[in-house]
Design a protein around this ligand. Structure first.
Ligand SMILES: [Zn+2]
Ligand SMILES: [Zn+2]
Length: 372
């Protein structure tokens, strides 16, 4: 079978031949890969950045945002059968820290975790993949067009879940433990309207928050238009400084950051209101120093009772919550949600999306097969 492989640390990307995986344990599921989403991590990998081949191997098969269809299951598998749709999660636990032992490898404290398509495990840019049932998350057939968004949506879900739980716990509003009660009616600012930001906007809007979306693109372009369809209000960051946001809108209760630009990440703090929570998902590159008024920043956090949280990766429950939200979003906003997937290319044309980044892109995906 075909696969897209890199040699980590170089700019070599090739279509390679790999043996098709075979079920060899009762808890395994084999999927035919349908689509694999591309994100900044993949582009970093093909540009020679952060990536590790499996032990003893020179090449790494890339791809971590997968969606597929079950072709075969082991004798002990109960949650899937041939023909079903679903995806595999990305991270695999270290097997010895308390978080991984509790199935929360997204919080792994030893650093010995692996990740499919990124860190010491082959990924999903290939025709067939195999893994254990515990890493399989089912996707209902009506969600087939959106299934490839399950992984980026899981990242948005975890960040929002953490922020809402913190608010519920410390402010004593709602007692479901989910934080959803706190979100209703609150003002949430989403910064950066890429896939993570727009999926975050969807999740927040579905929880009853009033969503503002900040980016630096023309308001007539696709991202602000989709934000509007999800009930959000666009703010052009080229015209409105973060510190001025508080004058335009009522108190901002939550900031969901998905820009990955350190300067923006810090400047946004000025927009956060009393008792607010700020959750960051962007991972800034580069090493340019940033000049900050440290005392003012710390003073603000203390005097306004604010919480700041960093969030990366996701647990299985965040995939499940994300798939449930995508289903609800599809019912509520229909085709607007499908428009998040802007580019679909056949696997042989991988260079078109891995080595360039079209300006109007939201989510680009590589297509390996159609549903059977
Ligand atoms: Zn990704
Ligand atoms: Zn661990």
């Amino acid at each position: 079978m075909k696969a897209i492989a890199i040699i980590p640390g170089t700019k070599q990307v090739n279509l390679v031949e790999r043996p098709e995986p075979k079920i060899s344990a009762p808890d395994e599921i084999k999927l035919r890969v349908l689509r694999v989403g591309i994100c900044g991590t993949d582009r970093e990998e093909v540009a020679g950045g952060r990536a590790d081949a499996p032990p003893g191997q020179k090449e790494l098969v890339i791809g971590h945002e997968m969606f597929g269809q079950v072709v075969e299951v082991g004798s002990a598998v109960r949650s899937a059968r041939a023909g079903d749709f679903g995806c595999f999660t990305v991270r695999r636990g270290c097997g010895h820290c308390s978080f991984c032992l509790a199935d929360r490898s997204d919080l792994c404290s030893s650093g010995d975790y692996t990740e499919r398509g990124i860190r010491r495990r082959d990924g999903y840019e290939t025709e067939f993949v195999l893994d254990q049932e515990k890493y399989f998350v089912p996707v209902p057939p009506e969600l087939v067009p959106l299934g490839v968004l399950a992984e980026p949506m899981s990242v948005s879900q975890k960040a929002i879940d953490e922020a809402l739980r913190v608010q519920e716990a410390r402010l004593g509003i709602g007692d479901s433990g989910s934080g959803n009660a706190w979100a209703r009616g609150k003002v949430a600012l989403v910064a950066g309207l890429g896939p993570i930001g727009l999926l975050g906007a969807i999740a927040l809007a579905l929880r009853g928050a009033k969503v503002l979306g900040l980016d630096v693109v023309d308001k007539e372009s696709l991202r602000p238009k989709l934000l509007g369809q999800f009930g959000g209000t666009y703010v052009d960051g080229r015209e409105t400084q973060p510190s001025a946001l508080a004058n335009y809108f009522e108190q901002i209760d939550l900031i969901f950051e998905a820009t990955g630009v350190a300067r923006v990440e810090f400047n946004l703090l000025a927009a956060l209101g009393l008792n607010g929570v700020y959750v960051l998902t962007g991972i800034p590159g580069g090493d340019r120093p940033l000049q900050l008024d440290g005392a003012a920043l710390m003073r603000q956090l203390v005097l306004r009772n604010q919480a700041m949280i960093g969030s990366v990766n996701a647990a299985r429950k965040h995939f499940e919550a994300g798939i449930a939200d995508l289903a609800q979003a599809q019912k509520k906003w229909g085709d607007a949600v499908n428009q998040l997937i802007t580019h679909v290319v056949p696997y042989a044309s991988f260079a078109d999306v891995l080595e360039q980044h079209p300006e109007n892109e939201i989510k680009a995906v590589i297509e390996w097969d159609k549903p059977h």
